[in-house]
Design a protein around this ligand. Sequence first.
Ligand SMILES: C[S@@+](CC[C@H](N)C(=O)[O-])C[C@H]1O[C@@H](n2cnc3c(N)ncnc32)[C@H](O)[C@@H]1O
Length: 279
Amino acid sequence: METGSNEKERAFWNGAGGETWVRSQAQLDAMLAPLLDALLDGAALTAGERVLDLGCGCGASSLGAAAQGARVLGLDFSAPMIAQAQARASAAALPARFLCADATEATFPEPFDALISRFGGMFFAEPVLAYAHLRSALVSGGRLCMLVWQAPKHNPWMSVVGQAVAPFLPKGDGPAPDPRTPGPFAFAGAGYVTSVLEEAGWTDVGLTSVKRDLHLADSMEEALSLQSQVGPLARVLRELEAGPREQALSAAREALAPHFTEHGLHLGAACHLVSARAA
Ligand SMILES: C[S@@+](CC[C@H](N)C(=O)[O-])C[C@H]1O[C@@H](n2cnc3c(N)ncnc32)[C@H](O)[C@@H]1O
C-alpha cells in the first residue's frame, strides 16, 4: 500500500509534535488518566492476551495493558515517542515491547487477540486501507477497543481556549476543511468511523460515549504551559508574531480564569469508545 500519504503526520510526530508529547508526557498522562481507565475497562484484557497498542506514543496505554498481564506490542512511527515508551517500560520492569513503524504497513511477529488505542488511530490518510491491514494482524474474532475524540464543541478542555484564540489566527480563504481530515477529530463523526471500520472488514462495530472531567492544572501558569504545548493555543504561538501572541495568551488566560475552583482547573472531555471484531 502507498504509505507516502502519511508523510505529513510522520514528519510532525517525529518533529515538533513528538518532541512536545515527550516533554509533556507526565502532564498529559496525568490529565488523560481517567480516559485511559475507561479504555482499559472497555478492553477487558486478560492475562497472556496478545495486544497491539496502535499509535502508542510514549506508552501510557501499553504500560497499563502490560501491568494487567497482557503481552503488549506498542506500535508507533514516532521515534522519539517510542524511545520514551521503551525507557519507561524498562524503568518499570514491564515486559511491553515496541515497534517503530507505520501502522498501515507494519509487519508483526505474531497475530494479536486485541487492538487497543488511546487517541492513536485518527491520523491515517487512507483509513480504510490502514484498518484493513490492522484487521489482518488480529486473529479471527479478535477485538478492537479504541478511544477517539468527539467534536471540539464537546471538549471544553480544548475548545474554551480554542474559541478564545480563534480570532487571532489568519482566516483561510478556501472552504472549511473536511472534518474527516486526518487529525485528532477525524473520527468525531460516529457514522464516519463506523463506515471506515465496516469497509475495512470489521464487524460488530459499536460506539459508546465516554465523558470525563479532566484535571488540567492547579495553577494558571501550569494550565497555560500545557495549552501552549498542545492544542489551538500551541498553534497560535507557533504562527503569530510576538505582539498578537501576547494578546492571544491574555485571551486564553481570561477564558480559563472562570473555570478555576479551589481544586484547580477541571474541564470536560468527550470521546467515543469504539469497539469492533476482526471478521
Ligand atoms: C495523539 S498521539 C497519542 C499517543 C498515545 N496513544 C497517548 O495517548 O499518549 C497520536 C499518536 O499516533 C501516532 N501515529 C499517528 N499515525 C500513525 C501511523 N500511521 N502509524 C503509527 N503511529 C501513528 C503518532 O506518532 C502519535 O504518537
